[in-house]
Write a protein that binds this ligand. Sequence first.
Ligand code: MG
Length: 362
Amino acid sequence: MKIKDIKLYSLKIPLIKEFKTSLRTVKMADELIVKIESEKGEFGYGEAAPTAVITGDTIASISGIIKNYIRPLLIGEDIENIEKLHFLIEKAAVNNSSAKAAVEIAVYDLFAQNYGAPLYKILGGYRDNLTSDLSISVNSPAEMREDALKAVEDGYQVLKLKVGKGITKDLNRVRAVREAVGDQIEIRLDANQGWKAKEAIYIIKKMEAENLKIELVEQPVKADDFEALKFVRDNVYTPIMADESLFSAEDCLRLLKMQACDLINIKLMKAGGIYNALKINSIAEANGIEVMVGSMLEAKVSVTAAAHLAAAKKNITRLDLDAPLYLVEDPIKGGIKINGPEISFSKNSGLGISKIDNLVEI
Ligand code: MG
């Protein structure tokens, strides 16, 4: 199966409610969709979410890199040579992880279709169903309490509270939610780099002393300050997860050599696709570090790919793939089925995506 063409499309979907973290407020999912066509008319889909404040990528940079640097290398290549295709994409440019992820997701979609199996079966097939957490935007304690109660009503057993906006307020946010949902609901926190190392240690110790039962704290401090991450990790009991600190396999090696974190969060948009995500997971697994798979504010194409990755591997024990639920509509036909926290797969080959409405070619 040879690659005949690669087309790019814009897909914009408004959010039901503003999504707020300590880094940004989002009102619209502004996605780039990649469609790779084979000579025989088969097609594979990929997606990139431009998250300028985390990956540095924008729609313009993603489409420019794909059109001018990646596309010319892949036309005419055979989809069966997945290792070769990965390195063609990887060597096309440094950085630009979201552009690489979008193309590589489409490549893997076609690769699995070529063998007539769902992608997660090709990648490992460890489990057939997944359960995701739900993220709660950082807002007033009262609003987060309401959002958390609604999530529990909708069947979520694990909530990820966005914090990192003032440690006194953050403490009140966590107290309010824990009091509202009771002790049976798992609560994890994501500070999105919003704390200084000493603030992080202060607030985490306080939460430990108050028995607020926090499962883990994600990215408490600045992404590039591995020493600060380690300082926090060494001074609290609660497990610390690296997210924005870890894009590549090399980042993973450095963090784990330093023993700077207890857990890691892999996102396809940071890793630059499935091949690197698998490599990072293997490094983590060999170091006894469990992995969460998360996403940016993405629609269902790349989230479907992330779910296939997560289902494939034993070491991926946590899931944060709620992003498609924030969107007012789902123009993507096929792919994973999301029923509240439960994610299931169809028997269709590849990602199982048959059609995407509302695409505008760019
Ligand atoms: Mg995070």
